[in-house]
Design a protein. Structure first.
Length: 420
């Protein structure tokens, strides 16, 4: 009599038409005048069997998905107990499957998971499923041996006969964290190195100027006072010394200008690029007059820029266009056009010597010269300064050219709402 329905034996019954169906049968004794009879309570369990079969198929398919997943997968009920896990979870946490099933998930994820489980229950199924790996919460997990490692956790709901379960995709992000730390360390080292290099260039350039100025002054004085009074060799030696001192002064000044681009630059403000070009042309009036150069420009826009550096940028590019000519009148044209976004693409086009394509990248490096010093004066730093100025403004600079057909230098600057 103590035996309850639901704990009976399961058998197969047959209807009059010959069809069979599953039953659960419970037997109880019954005393009667004819002796002990047996009462059989028979329950049709077709629906339950179908549900169990469906659940078994679902679980089988789901387990297959769990095992195929590249990440550790742990299925947890609302009580925080582990009900399923895959082989990756066994490997990742160092447990056998039977050691984790039925245990609290806090054993492997001590902090943060329970709070996330509550928060996850408040989300809609659509919101949970829409979340992608790579946007999960970062927590610390613990292996069987007690060692800890960083993980990224993604939670998704799973409907089952036992209610809503939560599937946790657990990704070991140790390598990613190490890479991030390494990259951060390298960036810090690079920034420190750049700062030290900039400071070194500034100090060296600044401190070298005074003694060099004295050398240049006295060699020039020797040249003026004693030229023609000594032999021709002495005059030539003095000339070499004067030229060397002058070139060293220009080199130091350009190094100083290069080092100051990043450290001494002013804030980027609304700036008229047309006014900046005009000021650059004023600074170049000697070279323009001597060469007879014709410099023209289209209406130019207002941009976000450091005005002094923008003037220097135009001055270097237009100055190079005037300098690198074989014969004839130098012609330089400056224009700007929108690139479809918020930036303006500036072009400085000339009719000069042109550049072979193999040198397009090289010319923007430090101390890079394509011509002998006897042909064209210069230190090989001008275009490196241009590149550094443009990059400080968030853009890039490039050249398009063919030998004998001139060159076009292009760079991008962010525009403003201000009218040109």
């Amino acid at each position: 009599m103590a035996q309850q329905i639901g704990t009976g034996i399961e058998l197969i019954a047959r209807r009059k038409d010959g069809s069979e169906f599953p039953i659960e049968i419970m037997l109880s004794p019954l005393e009667s005048a004819e002796g002990i009879l047996v009462t059989a309570a028979i329950r049709d369990i077709s629906v339950r069997r179908a549900a169990e079969k469906h659940l078994g198929q679902m679980e089988g398919r789901y387990r297959g998905l769990l095992e195929a997943a590249p990440d550790a997968m742990v299925v947890v009920n609302q009580g925080g107990e582990i009900v399923l896990l895959n082989v990756q979870a066994e490997k990742q946490f160092g447990y056998r499957r039977d050691e984790l099933v039925g245990q609290k998930v806090k054993n492997i994820i001590p902090e943060g998971f329970a709070e996330r489980l509550i928060a996850d229950a408040l989300r809609s199924v659509e919101d949970a499923l829409a979340q992608q790996i790579g946007t999960g919460i970062e927590l610390i997990a613990r292996r069987k041996n007690g060692s800890e490692f960083p993980i990224e956790l993604m939670l998704s709901p799973l409907e089952s006969a036992e209610g809503i379960l939560v599937t946790a995709a657990v990704r070991d992000i140790t390598a990613r964290k190490q890479a991030e730390a390494y990259l951060l360390n390298k960036v810090e080292e690079l920034n420190r190195s750049n700062e030290e290099l900039g400071q070194f260039a500034y100090v060296v350039s600044h401190d070298l100027q005074e003694p060099l100025r004295m050398v240049a002054s006295y060699t020039q004085l020797l040249s003026r006072r004693y030229k023609g009074q000594l032999d021709s060799d002495a005059d030539e030696f003095i000339s070499f010394a004067v030229d060397g001192a002058s070139r060293m002064q220009r080199l130091i000044q350009n190094l100083l200008a290069y080092s100051r681009v990043g450290t001494k630059g002013k804030d980027l403000l609304d700036t008229s690029s047309e006014e900046a070009l005009q000021q650059a042309l004023i600074n170049l009036r000697g070279a323009i007059k001597d060469s007879g150069a014709l410099v023209t420009h289209d209406p130019l826009p207002a941009v976000l820029a450091d005005e002094m550096q923008l003037i220097q940028l135009f001055q270097n590019l237009v100055g190079n266009a005037i300098k690198y000519q074989s014969s004839g009148v130098p012609r330089v044209h400056v224009s700007a056009s929108k690139n479809g976004g918020k930036k303006w693409i500036f072009s400085v086009q000339d009719n000069g010597l042109g550049i072979d394509s193999q040198y397009f990248e090289k010319i923007f490096g430090m101390f890079q010269r394509l011509h002998k010093r006897e042909e064209f004066a210069g230190t090989g730093i001008g275009l490196a300064i241009c590149k550094k100025i443009v990059e400080r403004h968030g853009g890039s600079i490039s050249v398009q050219s063919r030998p004998g057909h001139g060159s076009t230098f292009r760079f991008a600057l962010a525009g403003t709402e201000r009218k040109p």
